[in-house]
Design a protein around this ligand. Structure first.
Ligand SMILES: C[S@@+](CC[C@H](N)C(=O)[O-])C[C@H]1O[C@@H](n2cnc3c(N)ncnc32)[C@H](O)[C@@H]1O
Ligand code: SF4
Length: 419
């Protein structure tokens, strides 16, 4: 009998397939018939294949099968990889693909002209907030695949960006989705901590995937702050806003406290939809005080609900002009004594820094190579001048060389149309 275990992985038996769960957040399903077929073809034996307690069990004494099947699984993992929460196919971005990590907003790095660099190692979310600006989560109607960036490759690009941007950087893990789904989340924090140009490491998260163990690991790796998205302190309303019946508010509140206790600062970041949760503002402040949030940075970061073109914009959410929103925050500051609620970049040690020079001008036509499918129907990713360009409304395929008119270059995110 062969009992196979693989590093950072566990196996589950699905009946007609074996599921490999890799680093908790990704998985790949291997049909048993396929595994049996490759073993039979190679060794002319037909053992039974099952999985128990995380181990793959192959009912044969023929020892060579073990190494063979381990290699087969490793070689085929990339093509079968899926996001455990969205169930979408995952494209694994690694060095050999030679895909630039600047230019696209679903993965890689984003420089918005300050000392804060956004780091996006993964796309996809485990929740489906009804107002989500990026229509994320398992119930998304627009996002059809996810990306994961190899950690060494991500750090290689970060090195280059940090070289240009200089010292005193804040590395901010966020994304079109939930950064805790990143399979190398702890290793990434650790690598950033060791980087000489990084002063602060922060993360924007919904907190649901935290556990006591993960909080400890993140604290040890050197995470400084989590901006925690909590939108209601009422369990039922929170489930409604997060678009997920299984949303466990108590767990997230417990984890908020665990973060503070582990020495990771917390900023509570509710999205305020007037008429829905503005009446909870004082309760959020009370909670932040109770757990000791806001030790080095502000304890609260109320966000004004904004409708987005490619987001989910529920009819119950009526946008409020920012002027009114700030006036509301100032009244709250007066009433509760909690300051600051009107946040400024300086509260986070953020300062203007020169942008990484733009690679394209708006209106310019460039020759580009299509390298990956995009996340939304009709969108492809092309590369030129060592940058990615999101090409919209195209029928081009990976490998095609196309001409692209650059239509947008804001903050080094390039959007183009095929001409
Ligand atoms: C897109 S999420 C990604 C990170 C993570 N999933 C989270 O929710 O914290 C980034 C932040 O934007 C907020 N957000 C999402 N949709 C929004 C909207 N329509 N208007 C304002 N803020 C929004 C989220 O609550 C979160 O704090
Ligand atoms: S707002 Fe964040 S947690 Fe909510 S669905 Fe969007 S990405 Fe996920």
């Amino acid at each position: 009998m062969i009992e196979l275990r693989l590093p950072n992985s566990r196996f589950e038996d699905l009946g007609d397939a074996i599921r490999l769960i890799w680093r908790e957040t990704l998985y790949a399903d291997f049909p048993k018939r396929e595994l049996e077929r490759v073993i039979r073809r190679k060794y002319r034996v037909s053992p039974q294949i099952t999985a128990r307690n995380g181990t793959l069990i192959i009912d044969t004494d023929y020892k060579k099968v073990e190494g063979f099947i381990a290699l087969y699984i490793q070689n085929n993992l990339g093509a079968l990889l899926r996001n455990r929460y969205t169930k979408r196919k995952v494209l694994y971005i690694h060095e050999a693909l030679d895909v630039p990590l600047l230019g696209y907003n679903a993965f890689g790095l984003i420089d918005r002209g300050t000392n804060l660099i956004q780091i996006r190692g993964v796309s996809g979310c485990n929740l489906s907030c009804i107002f989500c600006s990026v229509d994320e989560g398992p119930y998304s109607r627009t996002r059809k695949l996810d990306y994961v960036v190899d950690i060494d490759y991500l750090m290689k690009w970060f090195d280059e960006v940090a070289r240009i941007k200089g010292k005193g950087l804040e590395a901010h893990l966020d994304g079109q989705g939930e950064p805790l789904i990143y399979p190398f989340r702890v290793e990434l924090v650790q690598a950033l901590r060791e980087h000489p140009n990084v002063s602060v490491i922060s993360m924007q998260s919904n907190g649901t995937l935290l556990t006591d163990k993960l909080v400890e690991e993140l604290a040890e790796a050197g995470l400084d702050r989590v901006n925690l998205s909590i939108h209601s302190l009422d369990p039922e309303k929170a489930k409604m806003l997060m678009g997920m019946k299984s949303y466990d508010l108590d767990h997230v509140l417990e984890m908020a406290e665990a973060l503070v206790n582990a020495g990771i600062d917390v900023l509570i970041a509710p999205v305020i939809i007037f008429g829905i949760n503005d009446d909870e503002a004082e309760a959020f402040i009370e909670f932040a005080r109770k757990i000791g949030a806001g030790k080095r940075w502000p304890a609260l970061g109320f966000q004004n609900y904004v409708p987005y073109k490619f987001g989910r914009n529920p009819v119950i959410a009526k946008p409020v002009p920012f002027k009114e929103f700030y006036a509301w925050l100032r009244r709250l500051e007066e009433k509760t004594g909690m300051k600051p609620l009107v946040l400024k970049p300086s509260h986070f040690g953020m300062e203007k820094r020169e942008f990484i020079p733009l690679a394209f001008r708006p209106g310019e036509i460039v020759k580009a190579e299509v390298v990956l499918p995009g996340r939304i129907e009709g969108e492809m990713l092309a590369k030129a001048r060592n940058r990615l360009i999101e090409v919209v409304g195209t029928r081009a395929e990976v490998g095609d060389r196309i001409r692209v008119r650059i239509v947008r270059t804001r903050h080094g995110i390039y959007i183009g149309r095929e001409v």
